[in-house]
Design a protein around this ligand. Structure first.
Ligand code: CO
Length: 302
């Protein structure tokens, strides 16, 4: 995967001289790629932080975001870290090494980075963001300046912009009379308020666009009741997450009786799951990129 490149494998079968020539050619041909693993000479860098996923098909969301970040900030080294230890362990067992936030910070510091923009790919500033990202970054000395880009929804303006982007992205994919149901993660953390907050903004725009969460409020029960009240019999199910990983594939679209698709079907609502993460759609990616632009601008004290 493009976003977890670490070491170029040494082609042991090749003569050393040929390998060195090849290495030099590659290094010179793609100076921007020197940022992969070691931002040679670069003082400012970007660290993109996601919860992570171990679902191979879901990774396109991160690849798309990686490409968008590199395009928006040419010449800046771009690195990735996953906050989920379980996912990093699963990936490591498959031979794919992904940094944790502390490992990435240490690596960047080692590589001479002095100014760092850290962009969260989380949906809300909840526990993963505060505990695994902000707390770690703040406790890590050594950089001259570190600015953290906020998750997808961190302000009132963000929720309005997300509501607009969701409707412009998924509205055209709906069949007639189909409701739009967004499945957020949800949390016991106070930041859960962004989900009912987003619902308010959606309500102003589209009476058939609903937000539910797996672990917080609004609940799936609330979504089902509201769909029933409106006499809806079809829904497009969309994960409200950067990536369509385990929650999207199992909790939302799985065949088990308690998946959202099955619960809706049992209530007479035919659900059509979208197995793509928000980061696979340009209008949503743009909102995270805008937060990153602000963070990068902050590195210069602007
Ligand atoms: Co979860």
């Amino acid at each position: 995967m493009r976003f977890v490149p670490r070491r170029r494998p040494v082609p042991s079968g090749l003569p050393l001289a040929l390998f060195l020539a090849l290495f030099l050619a590659l290094s010179c041909a793609a100076p921007a790629r020197a940022g992969h693993g070691a931002p040679a000479g670069g003082k400012a860098a970007i660290l993109v932080v996601a919860f992570g996923t171990s679902v191979p098909e879901a990774r396109k969301a991160f690849d798309d975001m990686d490409a968008a970040v590199r395009q928006a900030f040419p010449g800046m080294a771009v690195h990735w870290a996953f906050t989920s230890n379980i996912i990093r362990e699963k990936l490591a067992a498959q031979g794919q090494v992904t940094d944790s936030v502390p490992t990435a910070l240490a690596r960047l510091l080692d590589a001479g980075v002095t100014r760092l923009a850290v962009q969260s790919l989380h949906a809300i500033p909840g526990e993963e963001f505060h505990e695994k990202l902000v707390r770690t970054v703040r406790g890590f000395g050594g950089f001259d300046k570190v600015v953290i880009g906020q998750p997808l929804m961190s302000t009132d303006e963000d929720m309005a912009a997300v509501a607009d982007a969701l409707l412009s992205t998924f509205g055209p994919l709906r069949a007639g009379g189909e409701a739009l149901v967004f499945m957020g993660h949800g949390t016991h953390h106070p930041a859960n308020i962004y989900y009912p907050g987003l619902q308010w903004y959606l309500d102003q725009r589209d009476p058939l666009a609903l937000v539910g969460t797996v672990e917080g409020t609004p609940s799936l029960e609330w979504v089902v009741a509201r769909l029933a009240e409106k006499g809806v019999s079809r829904a497009l199910l969309v994960p409200l997450m950067s990536v369509a990983g385990d929650h999207a594939r199992n909790d939302m679209a799985g065949d088990e009786d308690d998946s959202w698709k099955s619960v809706l079907a049992a209530r007479g609502i035919a659900a059509r799951p979208v197995l793509q993460g928000l980061a696979e759609f340009a209008p949503l990616r743009e909102l995270w990129l805008e937060h990153l632009r602000r963070a990068v601008a902050g590195l210069d004290g602007k």
